[in-house]
Design a protein around this ligand. Structure first.
Ligand code: COA
Length: 219
């Protein structure tokens, strides 16, 4: 995990103030302002209404939809707009989900979306993501996932982040594995959108993350 770095932009001043006052950071601090995250090649920023056509277009290919189940992507521009509205509105203000658009840092062109959601006792969370097919296999989602994991443990003070991936979705399982997630088992015929599929349950714990960070600093 030592080969990447990421920055949490808008919150830096706020977080610095907390540090100066000696107050601990935690779950609620992640929602004070929308947390923009910068990585080497990417920026994780809010989705906006102008992104709706791009977001809709990604799901026009069979490969893109294959492991999402019919409920997890928009079918028309209204659904795409509604998704963006909900994510920026009630889901964020009620602290239910942070949904980032993944864009290239240089151009701000949108290439994917990333959610951290399903919080339990402000301590456990799930991640979910998708990337436009033309950009697959360049390491982008691994880069985004590592940055969100860092955010989840270092800023939100979570103790566990989990994810599910259909057992046939080898690319997604590989991304999770590269970011330090461990496979805990297979959920048989588990809910996947409007289908039921055998599904890996994978997780990373706070202690896994911090022991890796410490180890990578020592090597
Ligand atoms: C899953 C997804 C997000 C991966 O994004 P990505 O940016 O291509 O991922 P990365 O490039 O960081 O890593 C992909 C890894 O999977 C591997 N991979 C890709 N297709 C594979 C396959 N069919 N079998 C095995 N490994 C595969 C790649 O080789 C790479 O591993 P490597 O770095 O060891 O070579 C993207 O494919 C996607 O959006 N799919 C559709 C939506 C989806 O499935 N979302 C997840 C739902 S759980």
């Amino acid at each position: 995990m030592g080969d990447f770095d990421s920055r949490f932009i808008l919150q830096e001043l706020y977080l610095r103030q907390l540090k100066v006052r000696g107050e601990p950071m935690g779950f609620k601090d992640a929602f004070k302002t929308f947390p923009i995250i910068e990585t080497k090649r990417l920026i994780l920023r809010p989705l906006n209404k102008d992104d709706a056509p791009t977001y809709l277009k990604w799901f026009s290919t069979k490969e893109m939809r294959e492991f999402l189940g019919g409920l997890a992507y928009p079918k028309n521009i209204e659904e795409s707009l509604r998704f963006i509205d909900n994510m920026n509105g009630v889901y964020f203000t009620k602290k239910r989900t942070i949904c980032w658009g993944i864009a290239f840092k240089e151009s701000n062109d949108l290439i994917g979306r990333f959610e951290i959601c399903r919080f339990i006792r402000q301590s456990m969370a799930e991640v979910a993501y998708s990337l436009a097919q033309e950009h697959w296999n360049n390491g982008y989602m691994t880069e985004a996932l590592r940055a969100v994991v860092k955010f989840g443990f270092e800023i939100m003070d979570l103790h566990r982040i989990e994810a599910t991936a259909a057992t046939e979705n080898e690319a997604s399982a590989r991304v999770l594995h590269k970011a330090g997630f461990i496979t805990e088992g297979v959920l048989r015929k588990y809910n996947c959108g409007d289908e039921f599929r055998d599904t890996y349950i994978m997780s990373i714990l706070n202690e896994d993350y911090f022991s890796n960070v410490v180890n990578s600093k020592n090597t």
